[in-house]
Ligand binder design. Sequence first.
Ligand SMILES: Cc1ncc(COP(=O)(O)O)c(C=O)c1O
Length: 378
Amino acid sequence: MSTNPKARAWVQVRAQALRDNYVRVRHQVAPGTGLLPMVKANAYGLGVEAVVRALEPLEPWGFGVAGVSEGVRLRELGVEGRIVVCSPAPYEDVAAAVEHRLQLSISSLRALQQLGATARSAGTTAEYHIDIDTGIGRSGFDWRQASEWLSHSVAGVEDACCVGFYTHLHSADENETTVREQWVRFSELAAQIVSLRGSEGPALAVHVLNSAGVFRAPEMARSVVRPGIFLYGGGVGPGQPRPTPVVSVHARVALVRSVPVGTTLGYGTTYTSQRDERWATLSIGYGDGLPRALSNRGSAILHGTTVPIIGRISMDVTVVDITDVDGACEGDIATLVGSEGTAERTLDDVAAEAGTISYEVLTGLTGRLPRVWMDESV
Ligand SMILES: Cc1ncc(COP(=O)(O)O)c(C=O)c1O
């Protein structure tokens, strides 16, 4: 474990593990399949600049974001290649998308008209992907109403040109049945799009699979896949391959106290010592993104031993019971996510204990925690 003496708590990120997970995704799909790593939400909280720098040598097909401002940020970081915005963009953001050559996702003919008009006034041609809703419902053209949108969206409008189409799976981490159902809906439309388009012009990019999809149904990869969570060390469902851990979360022991039986702890005094105990106050709280739901149920690792979180997590500190840990003292480093020796608390363990998902744990880690990048390859 690296130490960061200046920080009270921090997130450690392993660049090589991120790349290993990327390569595992690549090996899962047919050679030549493009990868569009999703780097939205500050690369799932890891830090978009460092993630992009770590992945660029692997020559991804492009980078995927959710918002136009995230795409603009990538351009500011010097990303020259393809950037696909994979959520519907509010009209106010379309001009910036055009200016920065972002490929927007189009979910309505109205948005397509707006994109064409914006590109025309900027004196350029915009590129876009057709987002097809095959059951997720939150965005995309409705698969049941293809007669209303399919030919128009493929033909494009003056100054806006279709370069790809895709759908998004809603439950690939849970079951195969819905994946197949979405696949059938998508494939029927894909065949129509390909035949409408004919053999003229460059082939359209076609993409379906997120991380869980890549492992559950790699044969559905088409020309591009859009992995996210697996790259960052989050699992993709029970029984599926586990990613190499990328992120660990650490905090200093700020205070060690011996307390007599009957001592109350924390807001609401939800914990009272049952014996003479030793408590360690860790310099991390929900203000750093440690889920408050872990109060009285999560744990940490200290000196290679798993110790329970007791009482309510506060904004800045969390208390663990270290009665059974020999030699723990102030200044020691506790691990909230990660491993020490044989003790391990995976991102998914922590998420499950907090009643949430790894995505929320990662993106919830606040800016208060420095991201300390390790690059074991150099
Ligand atoms: C459209 C789209 N594609 C791909 C992904 C990546 O998904 P995952 O992180 O599950 O791999 C996301 C993330 O939610 C998404 O919204």
